[in-house]
Design a protein around this ligand. Structure first.
Ligand code: F6P
Length: 343
């Protein structure tokens, strides 16, 4: 049977998606396969949004942010008859394999489809949050850290001019990977993350100690998922059960609290979706390209239910179910590197 491989991108977009799409497509076409674009994540298979993907469609997309396929947070397990429709579309379109590029939600669906329906799917680990298990790094993370670091550098100069405390709220959902890495790279004076939370008392003590040493400004990085008294979740959840963490306003609440307790003038910057936009770093382009080629190789070897992964410097493959079973949090030794520079 001829191979016709579909590609979909699901969940929040991130820089490097197009580099994966290009790599899978180029390798697939070189092998004589047909390639199909599945539009807007799992919604594309539920609603039959599938069309051919040719070499010219992936030409020039390597450095482009976003995804040429579109994305969504559609969960076919939450749509009436969703899984039947996914399987029907797959068959009707003559697809023989699927490359799903996504994070824990998109790949969680892939793992379940494989387990329950022997669905021929392989995964590629995407997310700026870097919270996916089974791989050292997801693509998109390096770019987000680069953008956050640049912002911290810029905030340093204005903080210093005004003798202010600058609070920077970064994304990352329930893990503090972006906060810790950009905080280390940007020389943050305090970093607050969900999985190893320091208290506001400790944060204020660090800032005060710094000021007593004659440093009249401070940079505080906080993850959007840091649990802060007074910062509440909105009621709506998406189809995967996630609340919108940006709605909590953790950065603003923290800035207010720091100013109230220390008396130092404090401002907040919420970086938001800027962290997900624009062109990927060279490192993410290379990682995404290697992941894409590996995904095509997994299809060729019929190693379904697996995900391309980075272990050290090697691209390997791991079971999708292991990668999606639980979140990868920041380990204590990483946080210790950041903490060595607090205060
Ligand atoms: O998972 C990526 C991410 O950017 C998180 O860091 C953030 O909490 C969430 O997506 C934001 O989602 P949305 O783009 O739907 O607002």
């Amino acid at each position: 049977m001829a191979t016709r491989v579909g590609i979909l991108t699901g969940g929040g977009d991130c820089p490097g998606l197009n580099a994966v799409i290009r790599a899978v497509t180029r390798r697939a076409l070189d092998l004589g396969w047909e390639v199909a674009a599945v539009r807007e994540g799992w919604r594309g298979l539920v609603e039959g949004l599938v069309e051919p993907l040719e070499r010219r469609d992936v030409s020039g997309i390597l450095p482009r942010g976003g995804t040429i396929l579109g994305t969504s947070r559609t969960n076919p397990y939450k749509v009436d008859g969703g899984i039947e429709r996914v399987l029907e579309t797959f068959q009707r379109e003559g697809l023989t394999a699927l490359v799903a590029i996504g994070g824990e939600d998109t790949l969680g669906v892939a793992a379940r489809l494989y387990a329950e329906h022997d669905f021929p799917v392989v995964g590629v680990p995407k997310t700026i949050d870097n919270d996916l298990n089974g791989t050292d790094y997801t693509f998109g993370f390096d770019t987000a850290v680069f953008i956050a670091t640049e912002a911290i550098d810029r905030l340093h100069t204005t903080a210093e001019s005004h003798n202010r405390v600058m609070v920077v709220e970064v994304m990352g959902r329930h893990t503090g990977w972006i906060a810790v890495m950009s905080g280390i790279a940007g020389g943050a004076d305090v970093i607050l993350i969900p999985e190893q939370p320091i208290s506001i008392d400790e944060a204020c003590a660090d800032i005060q100690r710094r000021h007593e040493r004659g440093k009249d400004f401070s940079i505080v990085v906080v993850s959007e998922g840091y649990e802060l008294e007074g910062a509440h979740d909105a009621d709506d959840v998406d189809e995967f059960g996630h609340v919108r963490l940006s709605e909590r306003g953790v950065g603003a609440a923290l800035a207010q609290e720091i100013e109230r307790r220390t008396g130092y003038e404090t401002r907040v910057t919420v970086l938001g979706h800027v962290q997900r936009g624009g062109t990927p770093t060279a490192r993410d382009r290379v990682l995404a390209t290697r992941y894409g080629l590996k995904a095509a190789d997994l299809v060729e070897e019929r190693k379904f239910g697996r995900m391309a992964a980075l272990h050290g410097d090697r691209i390997v493959d791991v079971p999708l179910k292991d990668a999606t079973a639980e979140l990868k949090t920041v380990p204590p030794d990483w946080f210790a590197v950041a903490k060595a520079f607090f205060g």
